[in-house]
Design a protein around this ligand. Structure first.
Ligand code: CP
Length: 318
């Protein structure tokens, strides 16, 4: 496995889940696999969970880890070809990437969407430049349009807590003050479509996700109808994906607080578990009482980030 961006890259999901459980039972089982191998984690954006859990995963596998925060202490990088570099950017990504590749065996990249140019973001330009020019396997630590390590951890969490063989899982948009990328909902939708669940997406009109991620999901604009009978409620904000109106790409079209998940919303479900990838804005996305309830899975999801990353890195160095 030399790339990890989409659900198809992991292969058989059932086998991947079995491997996750094996590692959860003995997370140091493959500690010899990474001896004298180095993971380079490259961050263009902030992180708490991804930074810690991916580093821990590499340590579980006996690897060395280098972390580069591109915006803190490295040369400012130009990412576009053809630019006359007479501004504040001292180095081009097309030299920086192969140099980074000289010092490691595996690269993880975090680079969010700019939310200005849909085609540039959805082409996953930065990720593919790393894949092409580093000469090393590259995995996504949340890129412009996907966050597969999060979606894999979410799937592990659903498997561990599902009350029925085929649970109803609802992805619901919720309000947020700022424009956020679509990476988390895109990957969550992609992975739920591949999993053994009944999957429903609900959001206000204008927030339609890209059809390649929506897949066979039921899209229900009435949030109450969508939540009825749910076993898992996955709340997340995202900005306009620009599917129905390309000019609105990356915009905040609504801050409607009626979509905030509170106790009344949860009462429409089948005693559902609440899920969110974190970080979360309390009392915008979800009320204090819901996120603090025993049915909330936000901490187990974060804990499973270590497991999903261990499986992925193991496969990429194995
Ligand atoms: N869920 C997640 O990726 O968290 P961080 O942004 O803190 O890494």
């Amino acid at each position: 496995m030399n790339r990890f961006l989409n659900v198809g890259d992991i292969g058989d999901l059932h086998k991947a889940l079995q491997e996750a459980m094996e590692i959860k039972n003995d997370r140091f089982k493959y500690v010899e696999l990474g001896r004298n191998k180095t993971l380079l984690m490259v961050f263009f954006n902030s992180s708490l969970r991804t930074r810690l859990s991916t580093q821990k995963a590499a340590l579980n596998l006996g690897m060395n880890v280098i972390v580069l925060d591109v915006n803190q202490g490295a040369w400012k990088l130009e990412t576009e070809r053809g630019v006359i570099m007479d501004g504040d950017k001292s180095e081009h990504l097309l030299e920086a990437i192969p140099v980074m590749g000289c010092y490691c065996d595996l690269i993880g990249v975090r680079s969010f969407a700019g939310l200005q140019d849909r085609d540039y973001d959805y082409a996953e330009t930065i990720y593919h430049q790393f894949l092409k020019y580093s000469g090393k396997p590259v995995f996504a630590m949340e890129t412009a349009t996907v966050h597969p390590l999060q979606a894999f951890a979410d799937l592990i969490t659903i498997e561990e807590h599902k009350p029925v063989k085929r649970p109803k899982v609802v992805l619901t948009w919720a309000p947020h003050p700022k424009a956020l990328p679509q990476a988390v909902p895109n990957s969550f939708a992609e992975w739920m479509n591949a999993a053994d669940v009944d999957f429903v997406i609900t959001h206000p009109e204008g927030y339609e996700l890209d059809p390649k991620f929506v897949g066979n999901a039921v899209v229900e604009y009435d949030q109450r109808k969508a939540l009825e009978g749910a076993h898992f409620v996955y709340a997340k904000n995202w900005s306009c994906p620009g599917v129905t109106r390309p000019a609105d790409y990356g915009k905040v079209l609504s801050k409607d607080m009626r979509w905030t998940i509170d106790a009344e919303h949860m009462s429409w479900t089948d005693n559902a578990h609440f899920m969110h990838c974190l970080p979360v804005r309390r009392n915008m996305i979800v009320t204090d009482d819901v996120i603090e309830a025993p049915t909330s899975l936000v901490i187990p999801e974060a804990a499973n980030r270590e497991i999903s990353a261990t499986v992925v890195i193991k496969r990429m160095i194995g």
